[in-house]
Design a protein around this ligand. Structure first.
Ligand code: AHG
Ligand code: MN
Ligand code: MN
Ligand code: MN
Length: 336
């Protein structure tokens, strides 16, 4: 009989590899896993449970909040507050960071930054959405209230990062800095099972993902790269395939497995790109590097080395197979 390894077992196995680990990260992952299961359930019946559509409010990003944005934010926030290992969170859906003020939380070692529902525009049309999370050690003293400095850390300080993709199946993919592993949710038994051990992105690929509707707004180097992708050349298997779902998690996940590149560059419309450094770019950059890929904001600027200055700051993102990222990098370096 095939042996199934659950996410819970996998985490415990890994913990044994690190004798100084105290089990707090394990507890943190239990919260994320639980919230992901609840969200899986709700997303699966969103059309029946009056969970589609907007709530009528705008978030700090200037976006219409969808019902599931708000629901997912509350679910993850509550799950993360339950255990005394987290002292606060910052979320795409909250203007300020959230302090967890119970005594057990003040002693918490970690902060979590989260995009509770990624790809909200896809909810109403039954296309895959996700959740992205990022974990850091706090820098403020244990026992005190969490501060903004706890959240404004460069991505290279991440302790863990991952995403949940609510797709044709629900998966959780994460890293703690020792490779990337993927777990598929089996709803009949209610557990995530190891299905994609030790994920590696192909060094090169033939898929490019970018919102080409914004073409006229892109810098010259990006325009030239898009044309390069569309030219015919047998040696490099061009023209490449264009795939853009409009959920970062889904586009990233496909490229991670098949090889490819995702771009949300600067543009005349979004001078700093659209994606959020802390909730989207950093966790994805950590994952991709752990899987053998590359993530940059601009030529020579590694995402993970950016010093953040604001919770909701935006950042251009070019992420994927290292050879493809190198290519775009050379186009932007040459043409701007
Ligand atoms: P969110 O739903 O969390 O606000 O994120 C949306 C992001 C990302 O998921 C996606 O890749 C991108 O926005 C799509 O933007 P465009 O519609 O501008 O292409
Ligand atoms: Mn949003
Ligand atoms: Mn998002
Ligand atoms: Mn979101």
């Amino acid at each position: 009989m095939e042996i199934i390894k659950t996410l819970g077992e996998f985490i415990i196995d890994r913990q044994m590899d690190y004798p100084d680990a105290s089990g707090e990260l394990t507890s943190l992952f239990s919260s994320i896993r639980l919230a992901a299961k609840i969200l899986h359930r709700e997303i699966n019946k969103a059309g029946l449970a009056d969970l589609t559509g907007a709530v009528g409010s705008e978030n700090v990003q200037g976006e219409q909040q969808q019902k599931l944005d708000v629901y997912a934010n509350e679910r993850f926030k509550n799950a993360l507050a339950q255990r005394g290992v987290i002292c606060g969170i910052a979320s795409e859906e909250e203007e300020q960071f959230v302090k967890f003020e119970e005594t057990k939380n003040l002693e918490g070692k970690y902060v979590v930054l989260i995009d509770p529902l990624d790809g909200s525009s896809n909810i109403d049309v039954n296309v895959s959405v996700g959740t992205i999370f990022s974990v850091y050690h706090r820098v403020s003293p244990l026992g005190s209230h969490v501060t903004e400095e706890d959240f404004l850390q460069p991505g290279n300080k991440q302790v863990a990062a991952g995403y949940v993709i609510y797709g044709s199946s629900t998966m959780l993919v994460y890293t703690t800095g020792n490779g990337v592993n993927g777990f598929t949710y089996d709803p009949t038994i209610g557990v995530f099972c190891l299905s994609h051990p030790n994920l590696h992105i192909p060094e090169d690929g033939t898929i490019y993902s970018i919102n080409e509707g914004n073409y006229v707004h892109f810098p010259e180097g990006v325009k030239k790269y898009i044309k390069y992708c569309q030219e015919e050349d047998q040696a490099t298997k061009r023209p490449y395939t264009s795939r853009y779902i409009g959920s970062l998690v889904s586009d990233f996940h496909r490229n991670l497995i098949k090889g490819g590149i995702y771009l949300y560059p600067t543009s005349s419309r979004y001078p700093n790109g659209k994606l959020r450094l802390l909730y989207e770019c950093n966790p994805m950059a950590f994952l991709i590097e752990q899987a053998g890929g590359k993530a940059i904001a601009n030529p020579g600027q590694r995402i993970l080395d950016i010093e953040p200055t604001q919770l909701h700051q935006r950042c251009p993102l070019i992420v994927g197979s290292p050879k493809m990222v190198d290519k775009v990098e050379s186009f932007i370096a040459e043409f701007g």
